[in-house]
Design a binder for this molecule. Structure first.
Ligand code: GAL
Ligand code: CA
Length: 365
């Protein structure tokens, strides 16, 4: 927690420091950066007055636990910077989102930030932004590389999904290796698992699935998939899916459940609990792992019903997105010095994932 707060303060101070430095305002001391370097001279000498910054933000749908964390952090960071921001709910419809972007442009917003409904439909949004000369920052759903290259004022803020897949697989592998006798319920030497995936086509669903299994195999574990389906990132759908798997497979043949996010892991746990599992009796336990480290997931870790998760850092993803949009709208060059985050290939901010286990989950609560 301390580390995250520090990162947040640094990112805010750097942006404000760049603003002060540019405006020639009263500060004698250059703002520090996270790596101890000074930022002051690095800010471009364009207009850094945040009062002209108005960021129009589209979120794929407001009713998404993780994205709610991201958008709350975006709002808070805009307030810190003194930049205006308007967040709208695209209600999971790409056509609605396209209209919202048009409206933002008509209203004279000076930057756009978009969490696309369909990441393969980002191209037309970039064309709109480019026709209006506006910067556009995508987040959480990564556009295709050719779309990212099609305009100089497009950026992406996200996390390397393969990292989270690897970490969640390692959590299950560690459990398996530490509990050899009990974890292999049918004693066949193989780990029979169920995979509950997010929305098809989402890079986080595809890569988390692939890399979590790879991590198990890399740990020398022989695996057998006995169920795999999507629950669309959704808790209720995951409960229904798990009920169906329990009916078809029998609860004792399920040796682990890997979920692409925490809401689905919590949905799976509801189903297990309704069947008398994961309520504290060690002989009736199925290890379940998720991704995001949401508050309810951390709570489930404290009671032991959820084995582990991976922090998907909503705070830093929200801050990075807002900083880039604000600084680009203010005419600043987008660099680590101006926005507080390393910029890869001139366009990408990759916020690291963190493995969350029984040992460290309290640090994230
Ligand atoms: C993922 C996150 C999911 C869901 C999804 C929305 O990164 O793990 O819980 O929020 O983004 O695009
Ligand atoms: Ca087995």
């Amino acid at each position: 927690m301390k580390k995250r707060l520090f990162a947040l303060m640094m990112a805010s101070m750097m942006v404000m420091g760049a603003m002060v430095g540019c405006g020639g305002g009263g500060s004698d001391e250059p703002a520090p950066t996270g790596d101890g370097e000074e930022t002051q001279g690095d800010a471009a000498d364009g207009n850094t007055d945040m009062s002209n910054v108005e960021i129009g933000v589209c979120i794929y749908k407001f009713d998404d636990t993780f994205m709610t964390g991201v958008r709350n952090n975006m709002q808070a960071q805009a307030d810190t910077l003194g930049a205006k921001i308007e967040l709208v709910d695209s209600q999971n419809k790409q056509a609605t989102q396209n209209d919202q972007v048009d409206t933002f442009i008509t209203k004279g917003m000076t930057a756009l930030a978009v969490n696309p409904v369909d990441r393969t439909a980002a191209g037309p949004l970039v064309e709109k932004a480019s026709a209006a000369g506006l910067p556009i920052v995508f987040l959480n759903r990564e556009p295709e590389p050719d779309v990212m290259q099609s305009y100089d004022k497009v950026w992406y803020v996200g996390a390397k999904a393969e990292e989270s897949g690897t970490m969640s697989g390692e959590i299950i592998a560690d459990y398996w290796n530490a509990n050899k006798e009990t974890a292999d319920k049918n004693g066949d030497g193989k780990l029979q698992y169920i995979m509950v995936t997010g929305e098809p086509g989402h890079q986080d669903a595809t890569l988390r699935t692939e890399h979590s299994v790879k991590a198990l195999q890399n740990a020398g574990i022989e695996v057998e998939e006995i169920g795999n389906d999507t629950a669309m990132w959704n808790k209720v759908q995951a409960t229904e899916l798990m009920n169906a798997f329990i009916t078809s497979q029998g609860i004792d043949s399920i040796e682990a459940v890997l979920c692409n996010n925490d809401d689905m892991a919590l949905g799976v746990i509801e189903s297990l609990k309704a069947n008398g599992y994961n309520t504290g009796d060690a002989s009736k336990f199925v290890p379940v792992v998720g991704v995001d480290a949401t508050a309810p997931a951390l709570e489930a870790m404290s009671t032991g019903s959820l084995l582990g998760t991976v922090l998907n850092d909503a705070e830093n993803q929200g801050i990075a997105t807002t900083n880039i949009a604000a600084m680009a709208a203010a005419g600043q060059e987008i660099t680590q010095d101006t926005v507080g985050y390393e910029i890869t290939d001139g366009k990408y901010v990759w916020v690291p994932y963190v493995k969350v286990t029984a040992e460290n989950y309290k640090d994230f609560q």
